[in-house]
Design a binder for this molecule. Structure first.
Ligand SMILES: Nc1nc2c(ncn2[C@@H]2O[C@H](COP(=O)(O)OP(=O)(O)O)[C@@H](O)[C@H]2O)c(=O)[nH]1
Ligand SMILES: [Mg+2]
Length: 306
């Protein structure tokens, strides 16, 4: 059905560090036989140290305990499938971008802190969608950081995609405005907007983002989706970052980058569970094809192998 979906089973297996970390930890835990308090304590510690986060770990364990009580579970081994089910129900993965693009032309506004992987992820998404014959255009609205425009232009050339840009330090709102007009006249299906990396403490940049969002949502030809890019290595800090962005713009989903570089991929679960946002894509390397449409059950089956 969808180009990048086909790759997903290949790429989803490339996060070796997380897979071996989880499988090693959990295979040791699940060899014990009797279900007792020590087991629950060990499980809690494991989830927390795997970046699932305190809040999500607590509520997962409460649910697992409840199910095991109702079903009169006596052995630890029986817990594993229950745990998979509980974790799966706690978070979402959903390819809303593809679904949206199937119905209407879309602007994808990409936000996140500096270095999270926004520009790289934009190139990956652009490539995947142009491969399935969608007309893709890029807009370089990160006019703040030196070199950011150039970086996007290089990707555009490599992928033979149009890039709307202006000079460094120019008004990003104007770039976005021009890009929308151009996308409209060129019959573009997907306009992806790169933005400057910002923290909630950079007040001006956050205000600027509000303005950019408003320009996007006031157009009539495209529906707008906001993609928040989070680096898996930032662990629970990612949650704080996301909460700050959510105060400024409505975020529709997450691109979780650098899953290849962490052993604790549990952050995927807590990001989605605590923020109530689906994970759309994961990045598993620096190359253009290192992208997967996120599939939570595939992910859980890999990190909790039977
Ligand atoms: N290993 C790995 N590196 C990534 C991934 N995504 C981005 N990067 C790297 O992270 C760095 C910052 O990426 P960039 O796209 O410039 O971040 P931005 O500041 O948010 O636009 C670059 O060196 C990228 O190659 C990923 O999924 N895995
Ligand atoms: Mg960038």
């Amino acid at each position: 059905m969808f180009g990048i979906k086909k790759n997903s089973s290949k790429n989803i297996e490339t996060f070796e560090k997380t897979k071996s970390f989880w499988n090693k930890k959990f295979s040791n835990l699940f060899t014990k036989n009797e279900l007792n308090e020590d087991f629950w304590d060990a499980l809690e510690e494991m989830l927390i140290t795997s970046d699932v986060g305190v809040k999500t770990s607590f509520s997962a364990i409460e649910k697992i305990k409840e199910i095991s009580k109702t079903n009169n579970i006596k052995t630890v081994l029986e817990i594993k499938p229950i745990m998979k089910k509980v974790l799966s129900e706690m978070f979402t993965s959903d390819d809303i971008l593809y679904k949206n693009l199937d119905k209407e032309k879309t602007i994808l506004l990409v936000v996140g802190v500096n270095g999270a992987g926004k520009t790289t992820s934009i190139a990956k998404i652009a490539n995947s969608y142009s491969k399935i014959k969608k007309n893709v255009m890029l807009a370089a609205a990160d006019t703040f950081r030196a070199g950011a425009i150039e970086q996007l232009k290089i990707w555009g050339e490599r992928l033979s995609l149009p890039v709307i840009h202006n000079k460094p330090s120019s008004d990003p709102g104007a770039v976005v405005y021009d890009a929308i007009n151009s996308a409209y006249s060129k019959n573009i299906d997907l306009l992806i907007i790169d933005t400057a990396g910002r923290l909630h403490t950079t007040h001006n940049l956050m205000e600027e983002l509000k303005k950019i969002y408003k320009i996007c949502t006031s157009n009539e030809g495209f529906s707008v989706k906001v993609l928040l890019v989070l680096d898996s290595n930032t662990g629970q800090n990612g949650i704080t970052q996301a909460e700050n962005f959510k105060k400024i713009v409505h975020c529709d989903g997450v691109f979780l980058t650098k899953l290849d570089g962490t052993a604790k991929g549990g952050v995927a679960i807590s990001i989605s569970a605590e923020l109530n946002m689906p994970i759309l894509f994961v990045g598993t390397g620096e190359k253009i094809d290192d992208i997967s449409v996120f599939d939570k059950d595939l992910f859980l089956n890999e990190i909790l192998k039977d």
